[in-house]
Design a protein around this ligand. Structure first.
Ligand SMILES: Nc1ncnc2c1ncn2[C@@H]1O[C@H](COP(=O)(O)OP(=O)(O)OP(=O)(O)O)[C@@H](O)[C@H]1O
Length: 186
């Protein structure tokens, strides 16, 4: 037996940080919140970021989530250098490549759960019928399809979190470019 054809495909790096630094300045005060963070997250990997209060977890997540720019270092997201993107391209990358579940959920109070989940697809210009179908599919996956027309004020904290998870998964493509439909339902 030869090795050729027997080896599994190499895992694809999705997040690659090299020597990331973040400096906050307030007038004369300069504070170095990140001092050279290097991290690689492969496709399909689950990573938990842990550290004492004030150690820079939020700062790092804001950099990874393209909500803030690093002061130095290199960041490649799904193989693309994102440190040089302009604001429009950053907004597009946030919409297409990143899903966020915020601690406080940040659901839109006046919109239904279905409309909340649809939001990333509205920004991406996906036609209404398709985005409704996708959002409903995601609500089904988190067990909330029967509450699609409820508002955030009518559901529990755990249910809000599930809606936020569904919204975070609701992007036009995943970082590597494919939409994975739910398995057929009986
Ligand atoms: N906008 C800012 N201006 C100046 N300093 C900041 C700013 N944001 C955060 N910091 C400082 O940077 C450091 C890292 O903050 P960060 O919020 O990333 O920590 P954290 O690990 O998420 O903390 P916690 O677990 O308490 O939420 C802290 O010392 C904080 O005071």
């Amino acid at each position: 037996m030869t090795a050729a054809g027997a080896s599994a495909a190499a895992p694809v790096p999705v997040v690659e940080l090299q020597d990331i630094r973040k400096v906050y300045t307030q007038g004369e005060l300069v504070f170095e919140a990140l001092r050279g963070v290097s991290l690689t997250v492969l496709q399909g990997e689950m990573v938990a970021l842990m550290g004492p209060s004030g150690s820079g977890k939020t700062t790092l997540m804001q950099v990874i989530g393209l909500l803030d720019r690093p002061s130095g270092g290199a960041y490649h997201l799904a193989g693309r250098d994102v440190t040089t993107l302009n604001e429009n391209d950053l907004a597009r990358a946030r919409n297409e490549d990143i899903g966020f579940v915020f601690q406080a959920f940040h659901l839109l109070a006046r919109q239904t759960l279905l409309e909340n989940v649809e939001v990333p697809l509205v920004y991406a210009g996906v036609p209404p019928r398709e985005r409704r179908a996708r959002a409903l599919d995601l609500l089904e996956r988190v067990g909330l399809a029967d509450k699609a027309n409820s508002r955030p004020s009518q559901i529990s904290g755990g249910q809000k979190q599930r809606v936020a998870v569904a919204r975070a998964c609701c992007w036009p493509t995943n970082p590597l470019g494919t939409w994975i439909p739910a398995p057929a339902r009986k």
